[in-house]
Design a protein around this ligand. Structure first.
Ligand code: BGC
Length: 380
């Protein structure tokens, strides 16, 4: 049964990817689980994801399609391709299909407010998926990983695996400033790294703003913003690579040798790692990541990336579908914490994370079936 479903989902994925070739807005429709509510044009659960250009979100898409079909709901996944206006159009097109639940991972935390307000005005229940939409009341629930723990795990890895001595060059990189998570990841990393920066164990190699704030254990939003302004990757591999190259060009040998690098996620980690590998004055580097993307697991196996933070997207999608099911059935929604989005405390469901390195990737990711051996072999 599992095999049949997985073949089916691969086919759905393939069709959706083909459909996406003609435009910037890939659509996957999964009408086969129609539970009898609404016409065939109508959809019960609408899902909006930020981009299909990062493997991470294709993994989420696959999970949603599988789980919603199993649950017997009609659903549609739309991608916003890094554009707030496409995101808004996506939400509007799902509203027009009479969705009852919107699950949305926003491209831009603040800009998405207008889109979800439209949905809310039509009585649709809004679930933020992975990224919290800020400064609006139109958010009902949030399903997320423990993002402070993600940043703390990255920072702690750099501390536990630092080269000997003091004055170790530390290169800081962060996610997109439009993503609330980028601030939370950075905050987590800063929580653990800051004492080691303040006492001179690490010396910041690429951010005068972070250097100026090195004695502050807790940063304000504006302070984090000023650092992100210098070290953001925009979650974009090309931005990450050219920024790393520019930092290496600007720095002398005193900020090279054995270095530590905070990279916010796997895609940017690979790009930054490639830039550092190409500099002959870098003798070794330790670099973090996040998402357990198959390409990064290969980098970890080959010693080109040091770790990744595994966030089990199966669990996150599962929790969202459980929530959607409760909402559609009119039963109680289970949450375990709240996150403040600037306007309200949003009832949230939070999932723990796992650190993955060369020592445990086989058991945690491959033997568990999260990444198939075949996909792993194909990526090498
Ligand atoms: C997600 C990460 C992802 C990043 C870039 C973040 O909001 O939590 O898993 O790597 O966005 O897409």
């Amino acid at each position: 049964m599992k095999k049949v479903l997985s073949i089916l989902f691969s086919a759905v994925l393939a069709v959706s990817m083909l459909a996406g070739c003609g435009g910037n807005n890939a659509t996957t429709s999964n009408d086969s689980g129609n539970s009898g509510q609404g016409s065939s044009k109508n959809i019960q659960v609408g899902i909006v994801l930020p981009t299909k250009d990062e493997p991470r979100w294709l993994q989420d898409q696959k999970q949603f399609e599988s789980l919603l079909q199993d649950a017997g709901f009609t659903s549609q996944v739309l991608f916003s391709q890094g554009s707030s206006s496409t995101e808004k159009t996506n939400v509007e097109s799902l509203i027009a299909k009479d969705i009852k639940v919107l699950i949305i991972c926003a491209h831009d935390a603040a800009a998405a407010g207008a889109a979800v307000e439209e949905a809310k005005a039509k009585g649709i229940t809004v679930i933020c998926y992975d990224r919290l939409i800020t400064d609006t009341d139109a958010v009902d629930y949030y399903v997320t990983f423990d993002s402070v723990a993600v940043g703390e795990a990255q920072g702690q890895y750099l501390i536990d695996n630092k080269p000997d001595g003091t004055g170790i060059p530390l290169y800081l990189y962060a996610g997109a400033a439009t993503d609330n998570n980028a601030f939370i990841f950075f905050e987590g990393a800063w929580n653990v790294l800051q004492p080691y920066i303040a006492d001179g164990t690490f010396v910041i190699a690429n951010s005068t703003e972070a250097e100026a704030l090195k004695d502050k254990a807790e940063l304000t939003y504006d302070e984090k913003s000023s650092i992100l302004g210098q070290v953001t990757t925009d979650w974009d591999f090309n931005v990450a690579k050219s920024k790393a190259e520019a930092h290496l060009t600007a720095n002398g040998d005193d900020l090279k040798g054995d270095v530590s690098i905070l990279a916010p996620n796997d895609g940017t980690a690979r790009a930054i790692a490639d830039a550092f590998s190409a500099d002959s004055a870098i003798s070794s580097y330790t670099i973090t990541g996040q998402d357990a993307e198959v390409a990064s697991v290969v980098y970890i196996k080959d010693g080109k990336q040091s770790m990744t933070v595994f966030k089990n997207t199966n669990t996150l999608a599962y929790d969202s579908v459980q929530m959607a099911t409760a909402i559609l059935n009119g039963s109680d929604v289970s949450t375990d914490t709240t996150y403040n989005n600037g306007n309200k405390d949003v009832p949230s469901k939070q999932t723990p994370i796992t650190v993955v390195t060369k020592d445990n990737f086989q058991s945690v990711l491959i033997d568990s079936g999260y990444i198939s051996q075949a996909d792993f072999d194909a990526a090498q």
